[in-house]
Design a protein around this ligand. Structure first.
Ligand SMILES: [Zn+2]
Ligand SMILES: [Zn+2]
Length: 242
């Protein structure tokens, strides 16, 4: 028997013994769906980020098409595009919380699969996790951005490279104003020293990956470091948009 069909058979057997339930609504899931822990209805009920959105910063366009995005007029973004899978509300918020604080890593393959539909043209790109300070990573036990990178890499055929490190531990961004968020992350990130990044072509598509994007201050600071190092094709991707 081929390994694939054996795996499917074992999966069906386990489904009978321990039926899988949807993380969102707890309904019983059949073995045939494309996602392991989300039912189609919950996926459709996810709050999707603003549409139409500015292709550069992801800010809502509120139906306007011609005039320039007010967020891009007020801020200088170093990334060339910014997309998120869902809004940071409802089920999307619950999933992020589960991944970050309740070891809910079982959700990551499903989110990777969703990204293969919603994030286009990432094949062959380089995924770079937004780094945590070592002290926070040690406390949490993992960097969620790295795990999200790995889930996305499997679906999109990308590689994961740790090009950045966080040299200072600052207070979390939650609860800060836009200006304070920008100041709070200023000068925090740096390129990992050594030859790790030197053999990457400067125009390679690089996707910075994080769990949630709110004002974009953290993502922009990371993109600034990569841009100043000469990389010209930096993009931002997150699971949720706050
Ligand atoms: Zn459901
Ligand atoms: Zn914009």
């Amino acid at each position: 028997m081929a390994p694939g069909s054996l795996k499917a058979l074992v999966g069906k057997f386990l489904d009978v013994l321990w039926p899988r339930r949807c993380f969102g609504c707890r309904c019983r899931l059949s073995g045939d769906g494309p996602l392991l822990h989300l039912c189609p209805r919950c996926v459709c009920d996810l709050d999707f980020p603003f549409a139409p959105a500015c292709p550069l910063c992801g800010w809502p366009r509120e139906g306007r098409t011609g005039d320039q995005c007010p967020n891009c007029l007020q801020n200088h973004f170093f990334f060339r595009s910014c997309c998120s899978l869902f809004a940071h509300s409802g089920l999307g918020r619950r999933m992020i919380h589960e991944i970050k604080y309740r070891q809910g890593h079982f959700l990551l393959p499903d989110l990777g699969r969703l990204s293969s539909v919603l994030f286009s043209n990432m094949a062959g790109g380089i995924l770079v996790p937004v780094p945590l300070h070592w002290r926070r990573r040690w406390k949490r036990g993992f960097n969620q951005s790295k795990l999200i990178c790995q889930a996305l890499a499997r679906e999109h055929g990308c590689s994961v490279r740790h090009l950045l490190w966080r040299r200072r531990c600052r207070r979390p961004q939650v609860g800060l104003t836009r200006a304070d968020r920008r100041r709070n992350v200023e000068g925090v990130f740096a390129l990992v020293p050594g030859v790790l990044w030197k053999n990457i072509a400067k125009d390679s598509p690089i996707y910075l990956v994080d769990d949630v994007l709110t004002t974009g201050a953290t993502m922009n600071e990371c993109a600034k470091v990569l841009t100043q190092a000469g990389f010209s094709n930096v993009h931002a991707r997150t699971l949720a948009r706050g």
